[in-house]
Design a protein. Structure first.
Length: 321
């Protein structure tokens, strides 16, 4: 991935010469496997930019924090839809954004990879060989089969090449998802359970929730200026919002179901909510459930269509009270 990184740095430096104010990409952090979001504010900072199979973060959400800046952002295939959605919902001014697309050969599950390496081994380079990643470490070379080490979401990915970008770095990547692998398989198993068992399954998950709101903070579909979950607390008491976060099963359900409905038809499938959850709740099960229901009720939506639950029509056949 060294070539992509070098091209990315050159492109970023050129954009700053053309008046760019900020470039949102990735840096290595304390190691190549610990890639993290990076905000370059000057041309000399672009040398820190990297791209490798540990750059899992969806950077689109950060764009809403700089609504007036001339900005560039790096996106993978599963991220590009989030930028498009934010623009369509008038959260972003597309004329001020340069979208840099990077074809994605899949993102590695860091925990699985690090478990295979000696404790003091440092990853120095990663090479994509289509079906496997070759990791050169300070100790040895490792060849990792993608099917065994990719993130679960990558195994069902059908959009690993970004769309709607201004610049594409590199050639289109071949599909990384397993042919015929059903992204809804786990959800179908749960839906087939008897009602008491299904309720018990969701109860077990919801009891784990800390209501830290990390899923909301990272989700591109959660773009409201003020979240409804803060509106219950008067403005002068904002500093005491923790008082409204006592952990109860009913309140946890209330939070997650409302958030899932708000994202229904708008979720782009990046899976960031699930990745950042500190108690490992498989939140994409909820999102996929709502996505499936929306398609069943309203049919497949064209890419430029507004969200089914985001619009109002006076001619709707259902009554509102």
């Amino acid at each position: 991935m060294k070539e992509i990184t070098e091209v990315l740095q050159r492109v970023a430096a050129r954009l700053f010469n053309e008046g760019l104010e900020m470039f949102i990409g990735y840096e290595s952090g304390s190691g190549l496997a610990k890639a993290r979001p990076f905000f370059a504010a000057a041309q000399e900072e672009t040398a820190a930019l990297v791209f490798n199979p540990f750059c899992v973060h969806n950077l689109a959400k950060y764009l809403v924090r700089f609504p007036k800046a001339k900005i560039a952002v790096v996106v993978k295939g599963c991220d590009s839809g989030a930028v498009e959605r934010l623009v369509r919902e008038r959260n972003l001014d597309r004329t001020k954004i340069t979208v840099i697309g990077v074809p994605c050969g899949g993102m590695l599950a860091r925990e699985k990879v690090m478990a295979e390496l000696p404790q003091d081994a440092e990853i120095t380079t990663v090479t994509d060989r289509r079906d496997a990643f070759v990791l050169q470490t300070s100790k040895d070379e490792r060849v990792l089969d993608k099917k065994a080490y990719l993130l679960e979401k990558c195994l069902t990915c059908s959009q690993n090449n970004p769309v709607g970008v201004d610049l594409m770095l590199g050639k289109e990547a071949p599909p990384v998802g397993e042919p015929g692998k059903d992204p809804f398989a786990r959800l179908k198993e749960i839906s087939a359970l008897a009602p008491p068992a299904r309720a018990a399954f969701w109860d077990r998950l919801m009891k784990r929730c800390l209501r830290c709101y990390a899923c909301r903070e990272v989700c591109p579909a959660c773009s409201c200026t003020e979240c409804c979950f803060e509106q219950a607390v008067p403005g002068w008491q904002k500093g005491a919002t923790w008082l409204s976060k006592a952990i109860t099963l009913s309140d946890n359900y209330h939070y997650h179901l409302i958030r899932a409905f708000h994202a229904a038809g708008r979720c782009t499938g990046c899976g960031e909510c699930e990745r950042v959850c500190p108690v490992r709740i498989p939140l994409m099960l909820l999102n996929k459930k709502l996505a499936g229901d929306v398609e069943e009720l309203f049919g497949p939506a064209p890419p430029d269509a507004p969200s089914a639950l985001y619009t109002y029509s006076a001619g709707d056949k259902d009554e509102f009270s």
